[in-house]
Design a protein around this ligand. Structure first.
Ligand code: NDP
Ligand code: 8X3
Length: 257
């Protein structure tokens, strides 16, 4: 069933993992997609594959969400037929390092805060006024279980996701009285490029994060995002925490060794 037929959806961080899986599910559901991330060639390759599989309309936008001017200008310069964005998935994000706070790398902290918090704010501030004006819109913020519970070495990453949780709640309160909805989708362990990025390209270390358990897939998360944005107008899925069956909390995980 094409339940997003003709709706314009913008996904940040669509070049990989959860964002790319959302793009695929949304394309299948008939959405018109604006795909954004820094790696343009990845976006274009995804766009080609989605066009071939679903014959959907796509617009690729190379964008670093940390660059406020670029965010503002890119969205201001969208072709008119792509302007009326109805669904925004604030997914672009990353973790860097797993150091103790008092030994942490300040550049890692800045990258996480600039991307996960400030980047999400820049995109939201630029796009949500149009949704309010058109009286139509849905923002899905990809938070994390790490925004609900901290874990050793998670310090700054967890703080950024706690900030995303607070921003989702705050935005929901500020949009009350408009039809614009805000959902927070907060996953536990999902096997994507996330851990590879966290460990600065150390793929062997990244693999150990998911060893001995069955993690969520990016598609598992995308299915929940699709569910959120396909509810009737009077229903808002406010917050979803989804974890692998093998994960009880951020630190309590069942592994077969
Ligand atoms: P991936 O590393 O696979 O994907 C991250 C995406 O974010 C990429 O498309 C990347 O694109 C994009 N991105 C990173 N920095 C920027 C930037 N400065 N500007 C624009 N895009 C950027 O990881 P996931 O799919 O797992 O992560 C997606 C979201 O899910 C993140 O917010 C993450 O915190 C969250 N999450 C992940 C979990 C997991 O276990 N994997 C669990 C809970 C939440 P590019 O590099 O091309 O710019
Ligand atoms: C990603 C999940 O637990 O690795 O947000 O931080 S966790």
């Amino acid at each position: 069933m094409n339940s997003l037929q003709g709706q314009i959806a913008l996904i940040t961080g669509a070049s990989s993992g959860i964002g790319a899986a959302c793009a695929r599910m949304f394309a299948q559901a008939g959405a018109k997609l604006i795909l954004t991330a820094r790696r343009q060639e990845r976006l274009e390759s995804l766009a080609r594959s989605l066009m071939q599989d679903f014959n959907c309309q796509l617009y690729c936008l190379a964008l670093d969400v940390r660059d406020r001017t670029s965010v503002e200008q890119s969205f201001a310069n969208l072709p008119p037929e792509w302007n009326a964005i109805e669904i925004l998935v604030n997914n672009a994000g990353l973790s860097r390092g797993l150091d103790k706070l008092h030994e942490g790398d300040i550049l890692d902290w800045e990258e996480m805060i600039d991307t996960n918090v400030k980047g999400l704010l820049y995109v939201t501030r630029t796009l949500v006024p149009g949704m309010v004006q058109r009286q139509r819109g849905h923002i899905v913020n990809i938070g994390s279980i790490a925004g609900h519970q901290t874990y050793p070495g998670g310090n700054v990453y967890c703080a950024t996701k706690a900030a995303v949780k607070a921003l989702s709640e705050g935005l929901k309160q500020d949009l009350l009285g408009t039809p614009v909805r805000v959902s927070s989708v907060d996953p536990g362990l999902v096997e994507t490029e996330f851990s590879e990025v966290r460990f600065h390209g150390d793929t062997e270390r990244a693999k150990t994060v998911y060893q001995g358990l069955t993690p969520l897939t990016a598609q598992d998360v995308a299915e929940v995002v699709l569910f959120c944005v396909t509810r009737p107008a009077h229903v808002n899925i406010s917050d979803v925490i989804l974890v692998p069956t093998d994960q009880a909390t951020t630190t309590l995980v069942h592994r077969i060794t």
